[in-house]
Design a protein around this ligand. Structure first.
Ligand SMILES: [Zn+2]
Length: 239
């Protein structure tokens, strides 16, 4: 089982690990800070360097068959099994995704607290984020209001904390019920909680920044009406 370093420290950009399995052009590491694809976020990418100086591009990581697979640009040498490697993330890509991700959670808190609106989906790329939510209308004046309100929240000092809670306790917390903690498979007994102080609380496995102040300015790109109660907003964040 690979230790998920990124779940406890989203700011880890370089780390050492051992290659514990090689499957064609994929490797499994004993621990990884390469966040894998999921939760609406794209996978990290970066480099894996061997002790003899060989450098492999790490194209994407994903979770499959109970393993975190790291896809490399070429099939690695068999002799690398059990070898120690040094791994480096594409930090620019990761950091942008962290900022967009925490912005998305902050927006989710705002939409619920101000409009009683529930987020039903979302997707993040390093360039922009998409969020779907249930609300009666999303006319221009409301988009402007949301942008203004979310920017007030983001410049405030809201630390983001990660904690763990057992499933039974998590199922009793209103914010977690609202964000459908009950949909997490029952086999998961410990729930990872991401709390943006005073703004939002969700069960979540992804990478986040440490404080909303780091996000920058929230900018709306486009809004779409996708049905009676289903609206979509594309946004990005600027430094
Ligand atoms: Zn999330």
């Amino acid at each position: 089982m690979t230790k998920l370093l990124f779940q406890d420290d989203s700011y880890l950009r370089t780390f050492e690990a051992y290659i514990i399995e090689i499957i064609d052009d994929h490797v499994v590491l004993n621990q990884t800070a390469f966040a894998y694809m999921g939760g609406g976020l794209q996978s990290d990418s970066g480099f894996i360097k061997t002790q003899s100086g060989d450098k492999y591009e790490m194209l994407e990581s994903y979770f499959k068959g109970g393993k975190v697979l790291h896809k490399l640009s070429q099939v690695p040498k068999e002799s690398l099994l059990n070898e120690k490697v040094t791994c480096t993330l594409d930090w620019e890509k990761r950091y942008k995704q962290m900022r967009l991700h925490t912005a998305l959670h902050s927006l989710s808190g705002l939409l619920f607290n101000k409009y009683g609106s529930t987020v039903t989906g979302g997707n993040i790329t390093p360039e922009k984020s998409r969020v779907d939510f249930e609300i009666d209308h999303l006319r221009q004046e409301r988009v402007e209001e949301i942008v203004s309100e979310i920017n007030k929240i983001l410049v405030g000092d809201h630390p983001v904390s990660i904690s763990y809670m057992n499933r039974d306790d998590a199922l009793k917390i209103p914010d977690l019920i609202r964000t459908k903690v009950n949909l997490i498979p029952e086999s998961v007994k410990t729930i990872r909680i991401v709390e943006i102080k005073g703004v939002d609380m969700q069960a979540d496995g992804g990478v986040h920044i440490a404080n909303t102040k780091e996000i920058g300015e929230f900018v709306s790109l486009k809004s779409e009406n996708r049905g009676k109660n289903n609206k979509r907003l594309y946004f990005t964040v600027k430094p």
